[in-house]
Design a protein around this ligand. Structure first.
Ligand code: VGL
Ligand code: ZN
Length: 197
């Protein structure tokens, strides 16, 4: 069984949003068109409480896109984005969210960020997605969405490590690409057996 995993196609990651990814809105229609080819469609939604610890605004003297050390490791600081219930956290209006079997929210714990659809950034706290997919007999995943070098990357690498057959459709992803993060992500995904097409 095969699932389409649509990562964070939300207003804040699209042009005009708080953490806009260039061309983020261009992938919406082709993602919709792909949905009918899968046994299951899962959407992820970045879903932070106001004042989340990944926001630069919560750290004196720090600016967005700087790094800090968190108890669980290095963390990029972001502009405030995808605050629970805000219009920025909503899915892009053109996304056919009604087609989703499951919407998995992540990043809701105030003290820990979560890029991956499977584990939070401590790489141990599960979101529950693995259990859902296994219980439904899904072993093949195709991933699309935003951003290639952060949430898509971490989701794909975790899925491959968990033993899923993982393909990332790069034409249906867009990247933030700060300090070579896209090339590093592509290397890391290939090294764990993710198919990049
Ligand atoms: C993301 C940074 C912060 C993403 C989410 O969806 O790639 N990036 N939160
Ligand atoms: Zn986030």
């Amino acid at each position: 069984m095969r699932a389409l995993i649509v990562i964070d196609v939300q207003n804040d990651f699209c042009p005009g949003g708080a953490l806009a990814v260039e061309g983020g809105d261009q992938i919406v229609s082709p993602i919709n068109a792909l949905m009918s080819e899968f046994d299951s469609v899962v959407l992820t939604q970045d879903w932070h409480p106001a004042g989340h610890s990944s926001f630069a605004s919560q750290h004196d003297g720090k600016a967005a896109f700087e790094m800090i050390e968190m108890p669980y490791g290095a963390q990029v600081l972001w502009p405030d984005h995808c605050v629970q219930g805000s219009s920025g956290a909503a899915f892009h209006a053109g996304l056919d969210a009604d087609r989703a079997d499951l919407i998995i929210r992540k990043g809701f714990r105030p003290q820990i960020d979560s890029y991956s659809a499977f584990f939070e950034n401590d790489q141990t706290t599960p979101t529950g997605l693995e259990g859902y997919l296994r219980a439904r007999g899904i072993d093949e995943l195709v991933m699309v969405g935003l951003a290639t070098d952060f949430c898509v990357n971490f989701s794909a690498v975790d899925a491959a490590r968990l033993g899923f057959d993982v393909t990332v459709r790069q034409d249906l992803c867009r990247a933030i690409d700060m300090d070579g993060s896209l090339a590093a992500a592509q290397d890391g995904m290939r090294a764990t057996g993710v198919k990049l097409v």
